[in-house]
Design a protein around this ligand. Structure first.
Ligand code: FE2
Length: 293
């Protein structure tokens, strides 16, 4: 059974327990999620001007489009206001800010049948925990503009408890940072970077797709198998997502059950405390930072 909780008043502790069991939470737009969406729109609209960002793909040549994104995304990600608004959102949603650590919010784009590589990469079915995320990681996702069933993300809940053969054994986060990420901006047409992927056929039916208005928040475990569905909507989907962990969960290794992740290393070094943007203690990060065999 997978439960989708809508605007649940549940406490953060209880909610994390449910998320670790595979349930999903959906929230109406909050004051800070709306502010974050407004901030992203402002930035995207000025970057793509005079085009409306969801339609800009129809007006720009591939390299020009990629160039705009290559500038827009890091600007949004690294902007101090983005982090402030994430902190506000976490507070809106009842998280304990002293214990909650988040990674910078990403602005993502998914073009419709156009440029499926590099910065516009269309992800195959995966769990974030195949990418060195801790089992206690929670993902927050929200659309920046209206979305529809053909340009959102699909969840495959039967796999929450069932392992999938996958290549995460070859993935180490520190190695990825050193070699992989910098190559992303150079890849327009072909995806050659090595990413963990399923090594068996995934049964994608049935799936769950959640459609919220812009700024509506979808909250799920990083162990949830999910797919970005091929975008056939004719419009580019823009979304914002970020990851968060609760420090107590990290310390006691609470989280979803690991059914199939064999990656090494950890992304925990990227997480910042919601109150003051301090990282987790170095020894705690080190205790997760395993090395390839
Ligand atoms: Fe993901």
């Amino acid at each position: 059974m997978t439960v989708v909780y809508f605007d649940s008043p549940m406490s953060d502790d209880e909610r994390r327990r449910k998320l670790f069991g595979g349930d999903l939470f959906v929230y109406s737009p909050t004051p800070h999620s709306m502010a974050l969406v407004a901030f992203a729109r402002e930035m995207a609209e000025s970057a793509f001007a005079p085009h409306f960002p969801p339609d800009a793909q129809h007006h720009l040549a591939g390299p020009d489009y990629v160039r705009v994104l290559a500038d827009l995304k890091p600007t949004f990600i690294n902007h101090p206001r983005s982090k402030e608004l994430v902190r506000g959102m976490l507070a809106d949603l009842g998280a304990d800010l002293e214990q909650t650590y988040f990674d910078v919010p990403r602005l993502r784009s998914m073009t419709s049948e156009y440029l499926n590589a590099g910065l516009t990469l269309q992800f195959e079915s995966h769990r974030d925990t195949w990418f060195s995320a801790p089992m206690s990681q929670l993902n927050f996702w929200m659309p920046v503009y209206d979305v529809e069933e053909a340009n959102v993300m699909a969840f495959h809940p039967p796999y929450f408890d069932a392992g999938v053969r996958n290549s995460s054994r070859d993935y180490n986060y520190a190695q990825w940072v050193a070699h992989g990420r910098t190559a992303a901006a150079q890849q327009v047409d072909m995806e050659t970077r090595k990413q963990p992927e399923a090594e068996e056929q995934i049964n994608r039916e049935p799936d769950i797709r959640v459609i919220t208005p812009p700024g509506g928040v979808l909250l799920f475990s990083g162990a949830q198998l999910h797919t970005t569905v091929p975008n056939t909507s004719g419009r580019t989907r823009f979304s914002i997502d970020f990851r968060a962990v609760n420090r107590r969960d990290v310390e006691v290794r609470a989280g979803a059950r690991n059914v199939d992740s064999e990656c090494t290393g950890t992304t925990l070094g990227d997480f910042l405390r919601a109150t003051d943007l301090e990282p987790l203690p170095a020894d705690l990060i080190r205790s997760y930072d395993t090395v390839p065999a």
